[in-house]
Design a protein around this ligand. Structure first.
Ligand SMILES: Nc1ncnc2c1ncn2[C@@H]1O[C@H](COP(=O)(O)OP(=O)(O)OP(=O)(O)O)[C@@H](O)[C@H]1O
Ligand SMILES: [Mg+2]
Length: 309
């Protein structure tokens, strides 16, 4: 059984906004990355998953229970970090922690101390005077202090400094080792790359790609940067490449003799053969990172966005 399930979730806010037929599931011990540009529908999906809104159609379940209907049964074992942190007014950090311990019906002060030390957080003082990063640390500590099985994290590191982001990534890896089920929405590629087993990309409210993180590292379609000795040779090669069905030109330098081509592993010998008729100065493999892959969606460049499908 999957600990987290989103099935055909739809919430139409009108004018093309909302989420449409979103489905994914996250198993025990798995970290699932949820990526997408601003306004794509990440927080909307997550709010439904947390049981704050009733799905217009489709369903959201945690531990197999519908989250909107059975919110009270699930909540005690789910940690949540909201995308926008709004702490109740007039409380100190300590008061907020005690309030959350009461709501969670769990007071594990040993775990709390460990988290305060790990994230270097002093919860004294009023929450309204805390800096953005300190508020975020408070949200991280309160989400994890009851040691819940499932964690729903909506951009958990936004506002944290690079050192704290690194601490967070190591912490998530450790929580995964401990068998936690984690949904992580993020704009930070390195943190998704370092922690996630599977990744979904959402755009305009729809999931446009859902893949195993390691597949990206082992993709059979690769890019190479070619540098020709002179411009005329480069242009001639581009002409030949445009007619060829074993490679595609994906980038072309302006006024220089460099191009980037994309090909499948099985065609690489053919590409080398084609190239052997040209004077070439350089030939290098360009590793496609998660960032490149994501950016192809970000920039509305659908042509290469589906590279892994
Ligand atoms: N309550 C609402 N009423 C109307 N429209 C809404 C509501 N909530 C969200 N939207 C719209 O739905 C779309 C998705 O918003 P959402 O907050 O889920 O995006 P997001 O992926 O979390 O973006 P970001 O990366 O900026 O946090 C946006 O166009 C937003 O304006
Ligand atoms: Mg959001």
């Amino acid at each position: 059984m999957f600990n987290i399930e989103v099935e055909h979730l739809t919430k139409d806010y009108g004018s093309g906004r909302g989420v449409f037929d979103v489905s994914f599931s996250v198993g025990k011990g798995e970290v699932f990355g949820f990526l997408g540009p601003n306004g794509a529908g990440k927080s909307t999906t997550i709010r439904h998953l947390m049981g704050f809104s009733k799905p217009q159609s489709g369903s959201t379940r945690i531990f197999g229970k519908e989250t909107f209907e059975r919110y009270n049964e699930i909540l005690g074992n789910v940690g949540y970090i909201p995308g926008e942190i709004a702490l109740p007014a007039g409380l100190t950090g300590w008061e907020f922690i005690r309030m959350m311990q009461n709501l969670q019906k769990c007071k594990n002060d040993k775990r709390l101390d460990e988290l305060l030390t790990l994230f270097d957080l002093n919860p004294e003082g009023e929450t309204k005077r805390m800096s953005l990063g300190v508020k975020r640390k408070l949200a991280v500590v309160t989400a994890f202090m009851s040691d819940p099985e499932v964690l729903i994290l909506d951009e958990p590191t936004s506002g944290l400094d690079p050192v704290m982001q690194e601490v967070f990534v190591e912490f998530i890896k450790n929580e995964k080792e401990r068998g936690k089920t984690i949904l992580l929405s993020s704009h930070i590629f390195s943190e998704v790359d370092a922690t996630c087993d599977r990744i979904a990309i959402i755009k305009d409210g729809k999931i446009v790609s859902d893949f195993v993180a390691d597949d990206l590292k082992h993709a059979t379609r690769k890019r190479y940067e070619l540098d020709f000795s002179d411009l005329a040779s480069c242009e001639k090669f581009v002409g030949e490449a445009q007619k060829s069905n074993i490679l595609k030109i994906v980038e072309r330098g302006e006024n220089n003799s460099k191009i980037t081509v994309e090909t499948e592993d099985k065609y690489i010998n053919g590409v080398i053969e084609m190239l052997s008729a040209y004077p070439v100065r350089g030939f290098g493999h360009k590793k496609e990172t998660l960032e490149d892959y994501f950016m192809s969606y970000y920039k509305e460049d659908k042509e290469f966005g589906g590279a892994l499908q």
